[in-house]
Design a binder for this molecule. Structure first.
Ligand code: URA
Length: 244
C-alpha cells in the first residue's frame, strides 16, 4: 500500500468539510447549528464512527465532546492513545432533533460523506461505536450485543479494512457495568492494531462477556429498516472473512 501523505490527506479532508458545510441532503439541516464533520489525524490507522452529533457537538462543531466523548477519551488513554492519534466522526453529521435516532433516509443521505472521509484516511481499523455505525459499516443486522469485540474484514470506499464494533460509550453512562465491557474491547482493539497488518484480524472469540446494553433497545425496529436495504452505504460493502 502507498505510504500516506499527511499534508495531502489533511488538505483533502479540509476540502470535503468545506464542500459539505452547507449540505441540505436531508432534513437534519433544518435544526443543526453546524455540520459536525470529524476531527483527528487525516492519516490515522484507527477511525471511530459514532451515531450523530448531540447538543454539545452541534454547538462546538466537534464529535464526542460531551459525556460520552469524555469516556471515549478515557478509553483511548487506557490503551495509550490520544484523540489526536485517531480520527473521530459520525454516521450522520448533523444533530437529530432532541437527540432522536437518525432515520434511514438521513443515514442514506449522509453515508457518502463518510465514505469520502474513509477513502482519504484509509484506516486499517474502523471501530464502530454502537449499533448504527456497526450496521452501516459492517453491513450486518446482528445486534451490537452479539458482535461487539469481534473483528470483521470488509471493503469500504474501495479500501480493504477491518471493522471492530464496540458498545456506544453512552451505553456505559446509563449502565455502568458496560464500562468494563468497553475496556475489554478496547484492549482487544489495541491488540488488533499492533498485529502485523498482513496478519489475520481477531475474531470469533466466543460469546459476549458482558451484559446486554441498554442502547440495543429498539433493535427490532432498526433491523426491520435495515432489511429494506436502506442502511447500506452507496459504496458496496463486501464480506472478506465471515468472522461472526
Ligand atoms: N454520540 C455520538 O454518537 N456522536 C457524538 O459525536 C456524540 C455523542
Amino acid at each position: 500500500m502507498e505510504p500516506k501523505d499527511a499534508v495531502a490527506a489533511t488538505e483533502a479532508l479540509g476540502a470535503l468539510a468545506e464542500a459539505i458545510k452547507d449540505c441540505r441532503r436531508c432534513g437534519l439541516c433544518e435544526g443543526r447549528t453546524q455540520v459536525v464533520f470529524g476531527v483527528g489525524s487525516a492519516t490515522a490507522d484507527l477511525v471511530f464512527i459514532g451515531e450523530g452529533p448531540g447538543y454539545h457537538e452541534d454547538r462546538l462543531g466537534e464529535p464526542f465532546v460531551g459525556q460520552a466523548g469524555k469516556l471515549l477519551t478515557e478509553l483511548l488513554a487506557g490503551i495509550g492513545l490520544t484523540r489526536a492519534d485517531v480520527y473521530i466522526a459520525n454516521v450522520v453529521k448533523c444533530r437529530p432533533p432532541e437527540n432522536r435516532d437518525p432515520l434511514p433516509d438521513e443515514i442514506e443521505a449522509c453515508s457518502p460523506h463518510l465514505m469520502d472521509q474513509l477513502a482519504v484516511i484509509r484506516p486499517r481499523v474502523v471501530c464502530t461505536l454502537g449499533r448504527f455505525a456497526t450496521r452501516l459499516l459492517a453491513d450486518t443486522e446482528l445486534s451490537i450485543t452479539a458482535v461487539h469485540g469481534k473483528a470483521k474484514d470488509v471493503t469500504l470506499a474501495g479500501l480493504k479494512t477491518t471493522v471492530f464494533p464496540v458498545f456506544h460509550p453512552a451505553a456505559a453512562l446509563y449502565t455502568p457495568s458496560n464500562r468494563k465491557v468497553l475496556e475489554e474491547d478496547f484492549a482487544k482493539l489495541r491488540r488488533l492494531l499492533t498485529e502485523d497488518s498482513a496478519g489475520e484480524p481477531q475474531g470469533g472469540e466466543g460469546p459476549s462477556t458482558g451484559p446486554a446494553d441498554d442502547e440495543d433497545a429498539g433493535a427490532d425496529r432498526v433491523q426491520g429498516a435495515a432489511g429494506g436495504g436502506v442502511f447500506r452505504p452507496d459504496t458496496h460493502v463486501e464480506r472478506q472473512l465471515p468472522l461472526w
